[in-house]
Design a protein around this ligand. Structure first.
Ligand SMILES: Cc1ncc(COP(=O)(O)O)c(C=O)c1O
Length: 439
């Protein structure tokens, strides 16, 4: 557990002890008690990676849609777990095993609360991709029949496309693809036209990793319900930026990744409504997901536990719970306001770079600070390289969304993605390099 303190110079320090309370909740209390009105400049001091020079220049990290940086409380929550508790969890055995079980359970509660879910509905995964594979394989394997249809949008990441295609091929179902408008918004009329009694599932991202646009999930759900289809939401790019309430969205399944929201890598969440989860067969089998195992029989666990075969990743959920507490502690409205500032600055910078073509919407409405673009006459790898030389980290390539890029007439793009620790100076430095490249 941690608490944050100020030394005599006013510098904040994180103090860690590991004991009987819950990492995530302890951080919530401390952060919310001291940092609600903090500025981005102060937030940055929590991120040790920002202290380094890259190619002799201060790091401007604009690749957060790929993975974010981690703040000290998250790093310490993970390290603190291994320093002391470090036991295979059990609710009934020795003290450390019990503490491990308590921390693990508390992390589940904290992360469930972050998306307004019931803790029983949380399945820990390695990330969004594994969550989608779990749903495709378990729910899809049990429910899809020959001729059934799954609708996805053309804006989906490969991870919200290929698992559905794979299960469709195994079961004889079909994946159908609906389009987006020129500004990148989902073409819901197109989707509606494709709906039929054969549609079993609509799978869409809440926020596309290329367009940065926040899709209206209730609008998708409303239409899907007209044919009694279920709705899966890929929350990889939304949960980090937008307060997500799975009940308010009305969807049936969601998956997201810890590493895109300040938490550790190889940890993620698959969420489904309780009755759906209970009806799904296990995804993997082994220890911890069954009891009373005889030579021929086994009694399956219930809830998320049925999908957690083997020794769990305990430190990952603890780190993710610390990340949720950290985000809550900074204040979601304060983060959103800062992201709007960054978004507007970036859009402003992009309009001034000669030959720069932004993919999708050019306004700041209903979006997070994720932008993909090309520059006439400048290959994408040259953009990434020139920025890297200046200490500015961005991504380039097909963004695991080639059908979408092709919809907008390109096979590759550069991507700038900002988060709470970025500044307008980062965006201005980006603009200066892009400007030079375009001339
Ligand atoms: C929209 C979207 N969906 C799914 C994924 C896959 O996430 P992960 O690689 O963490 O499993 C990503 C990762 O970039 C993404 O942006």
């Amino acid at each position: 557990m941690s608490h944050m303190d100020h030394d005599t110079s006013g510098r904040r320090t994180w103090l860690w002890t590991v004991g009987t309370t819950v990492a995530g909740l302890a951080v919530t209390r401390t952060v919310s008690g001291t940092q609600v009105a903090a500025s981005p400049v102060r937030w940055r001091t929590d991120f040790p990676a920002l202290g380094q020079l890259i190619n002799g220049k201060p790091l401007a990290y604009l690749d957060s849609a790929a993975t974010t940086l981690r703040p000290e409380p998250v790093i310490e929550a993970i390290a603190g777990y291994y320093r002391t508790i470090n036991a295979n969890p059990s609710a009934t055995l020795h003290t450390l095993a019990r503490r491990s079980a308590e921390e693990y359970a508390a992390a589940r509660t904290a992360v469930a609360r972050f998306i307004n879910a019931d803790p029983r509905e949380i399945v820990w995964t390695r990330g969004t991709t594994e969550g989608i594979n779990l749903f495709a394989s378990s729910w899809g394997g049990a429910n899809l029949r020959s001729g059934d249809e799954i609708l996805v949008s053309v804006a989906e990441h490969y991870s919200n496309w290929l698992p559905w295609r794979a299960i469709a091929r195994r079961t004889g179902a079909v994946v159908r693809v609906f389009g987006v408008h020129d500004d990148g918004r989902l073409n819901l009329e197109d989707m509606e036209r494709m709906l039929s009694p054969r549609t079993r599932l609509v799978a869409v991202s809440h926020v596309s990793n290329v367009l940065g646009l926040i899709n209206s999930i209730p609008e998708v759900v409303r239409r899907a319900r007209s044919v009694k289809a279920l709705v899966f939401v890929d929350g990889a790019q939304s949960v980090p930026h937008v307060p997500v309430d799975v009940r308010a969205l009305g969807c049936d399944f969601m998956a997201f990744s810890s590493h895109k929201m300040l938490g550790p890598m190889a940890t993620g969440v698959a969420w489904a409504r309780h009755e759906i989860l209970e009806a799904m067969p296990p995804y993997q089998t082994g220890s911890n997901m069954a009891h009373e195992v005889t030579i021929d029989e086994a009694v399956l666990e219930h809830d998320g536990q049925k999908f957690q075969a083997g020794t769990p990743n305990v430190s990952g959920p603890i780190g993710l719970a610390a990340a949720c507490a950290y985000l809550n502690g900074l204040g979601r409205p304060a983060i959103a306001e800062h992201e709007q500032t960054l978004t507007k600055r970036a859009l402003d910078v992009f309009t001034r770079v000669r030959g720069l073509k932004l993919i999708g919407s050019t306004t700041a409405d209903d979006r997070v600070p994720v932008f993909c673009f090309t520059i006439d006459g400048v290959p994408v790898p040259a953009i990434v390289k020139a920025l890297d030389e200046e200490g500015i980290a961005v991504r380039g390539g097909d963004m695991a969304a080639l059908p979408l890029l092709e919809r907008f007439g390109t096979k590759a793009a550069a991507r700038v993605s900002a988060y709470l620790y970025n500044t307008v100076q980062d965006i201005d430095r980006l603009g200066a390099v892009l400007d030079r490249l375009a001339r």
